[in-house]
Ligand binder design. Structure first.
Ligand SMILES: [Zn+2]
Length: 193
C-alpha cells in the first residue's frame, strides 16, 4: 500500500477504536520513512527514479532498514517494551507499525519484505501487487483507492467532529489532497498507458 493509504486506513480502523490518533499516524508512517529518505536523498543527487528502485533500494543496508521497519517481531518487541514502560501511546504507535506491516504483506510480489526480520529471511511472495500491472496491480490499486475514499469519508464525517483541537477545514484539505493524489497516481500508472 502507499503511505497515505496506511495513514487513512490505520486512523479509521485503529484510531477509531484506541484513540491516540497522533501515535497511530506516526506508526502508520514510520515503516515507509526509510524509503522516503532514500528516495529524496537520491533524487537530490540526480539519480533517476528507475535506478533508485532497481539499484539503490536493493542495497543491503537499505533493505535491512526497510525490512526492519516492516518487521512483525520488531513491532511486537516494541509493543512489549512499551507495555513494560506503561506507555499506552507507544503501545498504539507500535500496534500501528504492526498494522502497516500486515497490510503490506499480501500486496507485495518480488518487493516483499522479510516479515520476520531479523529472525528469519522468509518472504511471502504474494500473487497480488498494489502497483505492478503484471500482478493484478490495476485491480488492487483501484480497490486501495476506493478503500481510502471510504475511510476518508468515515474520518471526515464520524471521527473529525470529535477532534475539537483540529480545524475541520485542515482535515478536509488533507483528505482531499490524499484522494486527489490517489486519483492522479491511478491515472498516471494505469490509464495513461
Ligand atoms: Zn510499507
Amino acid at each position: 500500500m502507499h503511505t497515505p493509504g496506511h495513514v487513512v486506513l490505520n486512523l479509521a480502523l485503529l484510531g477509531s477504536v484506541v484513540g491516540h490518533e497522533s501515535a497511530v499516524i506516526a506508526g502508520a508512517v514510520l515503516p515507509d520513512l526509510p524509503i522516503v529518505v532514500l528516495y529524496l536523498r537520491e533524487r537530490l543527487r540526480g539519480t533517476p527514479p528507475e535506478t533508485i528502485w532497481s539499484v539503490c533500494y536493493q542495497r543491503r543496508f537499505w533493505l535491512a532498514v526497510i525490512h526492519g521497519a516492516h518487521s512483525v517481531p520488531l513491532s511486537l518487541l516494541g509493543m512489549g517494551i512499551a507495555w513494560l514502560a506503561h506507555s499506552p501511546t507507544l503501545i498504539y504507535f507500535f500496534l500501528s507499525v504492526l498494522f502497516h506491516a500486515l497490510c503490506d504483506l499480501p500486496l507485495h510480489v518480488h518487493d516483499a519484505h522479510r516479515h520476520f526480520f531479523p529472525i528469519s529471511s522468509y518472504r511471502f511472495i504474494s500473487p497480488w501487487s498494489y502497483w505492478d500491472a503484471r500482478y493484478h496491480g490495476r485491480t488492487v490499486a483501484l480497490l486501495e483507492l476506493l478503500l481510502v475514499l471510504l475511510c476518508s469519508l468515515y474520518l471526515y464525517l464520524v471521527m473529525a467532529p470529535r477532534w475539537t483541537a483540529t480545524p475541520k477545514l485542515l482535515v478536509l484539505a488533507l483528505l482531499g489532497a490524499t484522494n486527489l493524489w490517489y486519483a492522479q497516481n491511478y491515472h498516471r500508472s494505469f490509464l495513461r498507458r
